[in-house]
Design a protein around this ligand. Structure first.
Ligand code: GAR
Length: 209
């Protein structure tokens, strides 16, 4: 089974969805969870499942490079075939990202390329978007700019607030992230030589579920 290391910063509900998929016959296994915050609830989820849960606090470091040097050492100790960002709220340098080129995925709570960065739900509401959703993408040096693998969308409800929208999008995230990992673990999904995602040997037009 494909070895996966997950990076988190918070609740870890996406991590939970991945652990559940792995436990239910998934082609991948979560071999370690690493958080930059000691109080991330996702660490408890990992420990409860018997998965090594590590904390590497960026505040113990003087800058990004030394932090990422240790983060990379820690990740690579687990020899993952894939690294997944699951609510990991740190910006990563190009050098770090390049080390995991083609083997790092992120989930982002918007219909990329719309609303990169933070507060995506409020920004979607402020922009009067009628549709919103989530995207899984390969990580490249450009923040939230890597090639999209899979998206899920929903219709924004009249009068809805950012909290309910976030919750509804999260439910979609829990569907598409395990699916994308399954594809990758089965060898069906990869970052093609053209820098686009390939599925089953051909260029993938980002499918919407
Ligand atoms: C998710 O909505 C994820 O898409 C988002 O943080 C949340 C984490 O929830 N990620 C980002 O905003 C990345 N910049 P979780 O900890 O319950 O999985």
């Amino acid at each position: 089974r494909l070895r996966v290391v997950a990076l988190i910063s918070g609740s870890g509900s996406n991590l939970q969805a991945l652990m559940d998929a792995a436990a239910n016959g998934g082609a991948f296994e979560i071999v370690a969870v690493i958080s930059n915050r000691a109080d991330a609830f996702g660490l408890e989820r990992a420990r409860g499942a018997g998965i090594p849960a590590e904390v590497l606090d960026h505040r113990d470091y003087t800058g990004r490079e030394p932090y990422e040097a240790d983060l990379r050492t820690l990740i690579d100790r687990y020899a993952p075939g894939l690294v997944v960002l699951a609510g990991f709220m740190r910006i990563l340098t190009p050098a770090f990202v390049e080390h995991y080129a083609g083997r790092m995925l992120n989930i982002h709570p918007s219909l990329l390329p719309k609303f990169r960065g933070l507060q995506t739900h409020q920004r979607a509401l402020d922009a009067d978007e009628r549709e919103h959703g989530a995207s899984v993408h390969f990580v490249t040096p450009e923040l939230d700019g890597g090639p999209v693998v899979l998206q899920a969308r929903l219709a924004v409800r009249p009068g809805e607030d950012a909290a309910t929208l976030a919750q509804r999008v999260l439910t979609l995230e829990h569907i598409i992230y395990p699916r994308a990992l399954g594809w990758f673990a089965q060898g069906r999904l990869r970052l093609g030589p053209d820098g686009r995602p390939w599925l089953d040997g051909g260029p993938l037009m980002a499918p919407i579920v």
